[in-house]
Design a binder for this molecule. Structure first.
Ligand code: ASP
Ligand code: MG
Length: 407
């Protein structure tokens, strides 16, 4: 259950009714994973920042994980109110173990014994998402939006038939309908495409949740919590070879405004320099996305550009500066540009159709949109453009490639 699904007392009550119907319909082995009530995690993050912007990651996690504790208890209480026996669980009570990368921890293992016990007793377990514990029993969190990941991990550990993500949209769309006209619901999606879309900034799913689903072949159904059972939903699963062949060339367009480009220049060619630089950044758990590097044949200084999430900019720049100092790279210059956005087209059919890249470049060029960086994989093409052109670029790509919905 995403944050908006449990956003108010009424909504929690409405979900309890729905779960009651499912239980009465014979589904008694349900495990419910909840997020914090909408806005709650932001409020907690804000409180921590106000108290101490440099609060340690352990204290940060202890504070921001609290929203899920409240939701789990409220949901369990709401179930009791409608006559369904229920119990809330926190990560430490379940043994939901993670590594110790606070605020972006990864799940290592889940002990499902407590959940089986709850089912044995006829209880519906309600689990606080987003949180975990280290071996030392320190509270961790999985990164913003992480309760989806908790849910899929739990479904895998329990050997569930599928994991249903209840959210405030009907499913995964071909593009964000708020910005792209004609964007529509994708009913069926292969893990590979969903994974690209999630990592490229489609806000519906947390990347790690899809990664886990793909790794363990756990189908993920994304649906709107409050629409009736009218089949408007997206099912994410492993496509068969045949389904892959029939997949559209482009299934979706994503837009990520949350990027910054860091350009590092003024260093000469030397073994270990580039690896040293990225090693430092990796140690902070920061994801580097597109990297553009060109080594010229002469001895001119090198230049490397890469993109990261905007939020990681200060930390990356600080770490590069201290690394440069240690390495005595006195001419090293670091520039940051953050008025950029990344627009991408994703589709399995790209594997078997040529010309997607050239078509993309030409339609954007016709519209006068300059491309700053490009990166491709077998099933996606991403371009960094000026932020002010981002919506237009997404619309053009959607109009060009995404098959309009027939009904
Ligand atoms: N409550 C957490 C957040 O807002 C986790 C989640 O909603 O999935 O990021
Ligand atoms: Mg959320």
């Amino acid at each position: 259950m995403g944050g908006t699904s449990v956003g108010s007392v009424e909504r929690i009550g409405a979900i309890a009714e729905r779960i009651k119907d499912q239980v009465n319909g014979g589904f008694n082995k349900i495990a419910v994973v909840v997020s914090a009530m909408s806005g709650e995690t932001n409020r907690l993050v804000d409180l921590v920042r106000q108290i101490n912007p440099q609060a340690s990651a352990k204290n940060y996690d202890m504070a921001v994980s609290a929203g899920e504790q409240v939701s789990a208890a409220l949901m369990a209480a709401a179930l009791e109110r409608v006559g369904i026996k229920s119990r809330g669980f926190l990560a430490y009570q379940l043994g939901l173990k993670t590594d110790s990368l606070h605020s972006k921890a990864r799940i290592h293992s889940i002990d499902t014994a407590k959940i089986s016990d709850a089912w044995e007793e006829g209880l519906i377990p309600v689990i606080a998402g987003f949180q975990g514990v280290t071996d030392e029993m320190e509270i961790t969190t999985l990164g913003r939006g992480g309760s989806d990941t908790s849910a899929v991990a739990l479904a895998v550990a329990l050997g569930a038939g599928f994991c249903e993500i209840n959210t405030d949209v009907d499913g995964v769309f071909t593009a964000d309908p708020r910005y792209v006209e004609g964007a529509h619901l994708a009913e069926l999606m292969d893990f590979e495409v969903a994974l690209e879309m999630a990592s490229l900034g489609s806000k519906v799913l947390h990347c790690r949740c899809v990664e886990l689903g793909a790794k363990y072949n756990m189908p993920i159904v994304v649906r709107n919590t409050f629409t009736k059972n009218d089949h408007r939903r997206t099912k994410i699963m492993s496509f068969s070879e045949e389904q892959k062949l029939e997949a559209p060339v482009v299934s979706g367009i994503t837009l990520d405004r949350n990027i910054a480009r860091v350009a590092v220049s003024g260093f000469g060619y030397g073994s270990g320099i580039i690896s040293g630089m990225f090693e430092r950044i990796a140690k902070l758990g920061i994801n580097v996305d597109i990297i553009v590097h060109n080594r010229s044949n002469d001895d001119s200084p090198m230049r490397i550009g890469f993109t990261i999430a905007k939020i990681d900019t200060d930390q990356s720049v600080d770490c590069l500066k201290s690394w440069a100092k240690e390495m005595e790279l006195n001419d090293l210059a670091i520039e940051v540009e953050d008025k950029l956005a990344k627009v991408s087209a994703v589709g399995l059919g790209m594997q078997s159709h040529s010309g997607v890249a050239s078509r993309t470049f030409s339609v954007l060029a016709e519209a006068g949109i300059e491309i700053h960086m490009i990166s491709t994989s077998e099933i996606k093409i991403s371009m960094v453009v000026e932020e002010s052109y981002a919506d237009k670029a997404a619309q053009i790509l959607h109009d060009t490639f995404v098959v309009p919905k027939s009904n």
